[in-house]
Design a protein around this ligand. Structure first.
Ligand code: ATR
Length: 281
């Protein structure tokens, strides 16, 4: 029969997850299907989830707007998802539905894969820009893996402060305004842009100027539509090292697939394939 995976969310007709997981199924030579299960906001989430559970689903991904709302319908959630207050992957194990959050680990794996030597040094100075769900997941993963200096810049300082409260005692975090971050951008080794600023169709926008950036910095943007955001373009102009957003998408899916099937796949070749899919859109 094979595995049956799904994606729930709204709207999800253009999601890349079915394409990614089909590649994983092919690579692993496991039988299965990954389909979308769109739940429009006027429907009852509870009834939709009950329907999903009856359909013998082995696991499902959860995206906007249900990452928090799904939690009451699960039997268990792992520590990371609990800290995030958000679930993006659910697996059925011994008839129990267990929620995980693979976003932070996905980012970390993508970074380790691209810059393996760089991430060995846990004392690098990191600037996280934004304080939404993605920033929270990335902050937690970086902190958990031992990085000790992660500052957060956001338009609303209160949300950044809330995230910094997730930090263990060994991590030091300053909260900055976007203007302050711009002025001291040369102090960071790794800069991670997590807001939606610069996403299609607003491709001419960038959250801040990188005029003071030095070339020994890695600059990440988790936006992947377009692949080359204005923010990354500025970084490239300054001679910095780039880290593209679509790789986080691939690695968070890799970890979800691992939770469902116990298989960790090598997915380096999919980077180029996914780029081609995105460029064709
Ligand atoms: P996600 O869950 O995908 O991370 P989110 O929770 O909506 O998305 O978070 C959006 C982030 O982008 C926030 O940090 C938000 O800043 P505020 O906390 O001040 O709202 C930031 N953001 C979105 N649009 C922005 C804009 N035009 N200028 C500055 N920051 C913006």
């Amino acid at each position: 029969m094979g595995y049956r995976f799904k994606l729930i969310g709204y709207p999800i007709k253009h999601s890349l997850s079915p394409w990614i997981h089909e590649q994983f199924l092919k690579k692993s030579k496991l039988k299965g299907i990954y389909s979308i299960f769109e739940i429009s906001p006027e429907k009852s989430l509870e009834e939709s989830v009950q329907h999903l559970k009856r359909e013998e689903t082995d696991g499902f991904n959860v995206t906007v707007p249900y990452k928090q709302a799904i939690i009451p319908f699960l039997d268990e959630i792992d520590d990371t998802a609990r800290n995030m207050g958000a679930v993006n992957t659910v697996v059925k194990k011994n008839n129990r539905w267990i929620g995980y959050n693979t976003d932070g680990m996905g980012y970390l794996r993508s970074l380790e894969n691209k810059y393996p030597e760089f991430v060995q040094n846990k004392n690098i100075r990191i600037l996280l820009i934004g304080a939404g769900g993605a920033a929270r997941a990335i902050y937690f993963a970086l902190n958990h893996s031992g990085f000790t200096a992660i500052d957060i810049a956001n338009r609303t300082p209160g949300s950044a402060r809330e995230i910094s409260e997730l930090a263990s005692n060994s991590c030091k975090s300053n909260i900055l305004s976007l203007g302050e971050a711009e002025k001291c951008i040369d102090q960071y080794d790794l800069i991670i842009q997590t807001t939606s600023v610069g996403m299609k169709p607003h491709v001419n926008e960038a959250i801040l100027s990188l005029d003071r950036l030095t070339s020994d910095t890695i600059v990440s943007d988790i936006v992947y539509q377009p692949l080359q955001t204005k923010f990354l373009q500025q970084a490239q102009n300054r001679g910095a090292m780039l880290h593209y957003g679509h790789t986080m998408l691939l690695y968070q899916a890799q970890y979800a697939f691992e939770i469902w099937t116990d298989r960790q796949l090598s997915i380096n070749d999919l980077d180029v394939k996914l780029k081609a899919v995105l460029e064709g859109r």
